[in-house]
Write a protein that binds this ligand. Sequence first.
Ligand SMILES: *Cc1c(COP(=O)(O)O)cnc(C)c1O
Length: 393
Amino acid sequence: MRKSTRAFPARWESALQANYGVPQITLVSGKGLVVKDSDGNSYLDFLGGIATNVLGHAHPAITSAVSKQISTLGHVSNFFIHPGVISLAEKLQSLTGDTAARVFFCNSGAEANEAAFKLSRKTGRTDVVATVGAFHGRTMGALSLTGQPTKRTPFEPLVPGVTHVQFGNLESMKRKVNRRTAMVIVEPILGEAGVVVPSDGYLRGVRDICDRAGALMVVDCVQTGVGRTGQWFGYEHEGVTPDVITLAKGLGGGLPIGAMIALGRTSRYFQPGDHGSTFGGNPVACASALAVIDVIEKKSLIEKSRHQEAVLKSEISKLPGVAEVRGRGLLLGIVFSADIAFDVRDGLLANGVLVNAPTPNVIRIAPALTVTEKEVKKFITIFTNVLSEVNHD
Ligand SMILES: *Cc1c(COP(=O)(O)O)cnc(C)c1O
């Protein structure tokens, strides 16, 4: 058999590392919220490329901005300026509402958190407080911040000085944050851990604890940024101002780009030579990110997503077997009263809908912000049918 006629999963297995397991579906094209596999089947993408494709697939604003950029100027390194990187940094700066904010660009969420971790050393302190269950990335520094033992343990020893406290618990955080703490890092909503929303006032409490100890408050908005939660950044629901914001997933609308935004006085911490990235801020990724932000603004996608959120929450939380629908905006966790999430995920896939199940009792959905009412209705119909089949099994 010629290599090219063998099944994709078999080829994947014999050429790619085993770190992901072997996916069984091969996607070959997409338009809006619909993706097609190599057998011609269509799927409604309610995972949004794992919360990255905020404008769906093949959005004309992105394809045009990216094609134009790559055919004009592909890469220049950070020895030179190109206009796009400035425009994007200015845009992000204005979205934070802080003219003192300064942006560092990289290529992923882990790298954005690595940059924040290094920046925090500029305080002259080395201790870090993070939270149990949090996901901050897989590189050694970011993994040291990640609060999930299954991901950490095989790779210990990690960076020393990081303590994990219970997410959502201000008392235990208060006990661990002190004058040696360089930074506290939190997600506004735990994404990978199953869309866990802390109780109201949590981020304000973290802000207060950081202020008392003189520690930086780093908010990991890699998953909860760029309109995902019904605001530009996931922390805005609580009206706090962090010292550092990290972004990635949705920022490039599918292209790899991350950002570490330092606000206020922390924006001056990095000095020439302190940090860098070859591809960070490259013209093509910046062009895509600018297109993403522009479309979100012009089409009022954040405002519209709040309506879809309301419909999804009210319709799905009524269904038997659903304990609760949590999350904000279009980052929602459907929590079941039993461990049926893997069966529901598989049932949805068999019926042409993509989601994921971060834990045995939670389905995560993160559709593009361009999702239409019709697509939301279609999702609810299929979800209702699949759930009733699973419940009767
Ligand atoms: C996905 C994610 C990361 C890691 O991003 P990568 O691009 O995979 O390195 C970090 N933090 C949060 C909150 C994430 O959801």
